[in-house]
Write a protein that binds this ligand. Structure first.
Ligand code: GLN
Length: 317
């Protein structure tokens, strides 16, 4: 794959990124409503790059499973767009940056129950409801999708295939008043067909899927590869392009502009500290470091991606 001439080979570059960006002190925050995330050591840092030519490079804690949280929203959107019912979905959720935090209630009330985009919580609840119209368990369907896209092969000794951490999900559900409030708002505006509690419970289980950087980079490859996944076509090229566009404009919530400025690539973060980034035509990158900035995005992960894009020249601009 082509990088700038001055950059070292990718494997060495990733090792250097880990050396430079692995946190040495406990700065940043963890979300207060998800007890499991507070138990993750602050100095975890991993990065993996899966290329469209079929190679995977990784460094640091790239084989350690972490909670994917909102990165799940990219994949549930992809699943929703696979079904041939995308017109129905797009009548219920917009594709505009929100400029508000991922779990904000204010905009949803002002805009009469139509979420700004599928990557804020309200939008993901609508996507979940849309999926639940056709499957009893969208989280289980998501797990199958991710496992297949991650390569489905037996993980290395001591490693797990992707799994739902049901205890972490139960812990988050107990602190989900805000997501329940969003779901009840949606219901009141007739933008939810299932009961609010059912949708939130399923959504929280999607967020509690545990995967490694290597698995997530592989799973996201179809977005960098015109919709072509590890085991065949996932989406039409135009749909893959559109998901990339929504990642660029909405993937980092109210920090989407800042992330586009610093990294110049479509990305999707989760409050577990993971960020999935797409370099169209070249690779998918997953970085993970658990401590977050004020907008809920990985502090060290964002800095590492800015550094990596500067040093490789990878950018959509
Ligand atoms: N499960 C989290 C929530 O709903 C996901 C948020 C995130 O990763 N930004 O609050």
């Amino acid at each position: 794959m082509s990088t700038t001439l001055s950059a070292p080979p990718l494997g060495l570059l990733l090792e250097d990124i880990v050396r430079r960006h692995r946190p040495r002190q406990d700065a940043g925050s963890v979300p207060g409503n998800i007890p499991f995330l507070a138990t993750v050591p602050f100095d975890r840092f991993g990065i993996a790059v899966a290329t469209t030519s079929g190679e995977v490079f990784s460094s640091g804690d790239a084989g350690v499973p972490f909670s994917i949280q909102s990165i799940s929203k990219v994949f549930t959107l992809a699943m929703a767009l696979q079904g041939g019912r995308s017109a129905a979905l797009w009548s219920r959720v917009l594709r505009e940056p929100s400029g508000t935090s991922f779990n904000s209630l204010v905009q949803l009330e002002a805009e009469k129950g139509i979420p700004r985009n599928p990557f804020i919580n309200a939008g993901a609840l609508v996507v979940t409801d849309h999926l639940l119209e056709e499957t009893p368990d969208a989280a289980a369907q998501l797990l199958r999708f991710l496992t297949e896209q991650a390569g489905n092969h037996a993980p290395e000794p001591g490693q797990h295939a992707p799994f739902i951490d049901e205890d972490a999900a139960a812990g988050e559900l107990a602190g989900s008043s805000r997501n329940l409030a969003l779901a009840h708002f949606l219901k009141d505006f007739a933008n939810l067909t299932q009961p609010a509690g059912v949708v939130v419970e399923n959504y929280v289980r999607q967020c509690s899927i545990m995967m490694t950087c290597v698995q997530l980079a592989r799973a996201g490859l179809f977005l960098a590869n015109d919709g072509q996944g590890t085991t065949g076509r996932v989406l039409a090229p135009s749909e893959a392009k559109r998901i990339g566009s929504i990642m660029l404009t909405c993937g980092m919530y109210d920090a989407a502009g800042e992330f586009a400025y610093r990294v110049g690539l479509p990305g999707k973060s989760g409050v577990g500290g993971g960020i999935l980034v797409i370099v169209p035509g070249q690779c998918a990158i997953c970085v993970w470091s658990p401590r977050l900035d004020a907008k809920g995005n990985s502090l060290a992960g964002t800095a590492a991606l800015a550094d990596l894009s500067d040093r490789t020249g990878w950018s959509v601009f």
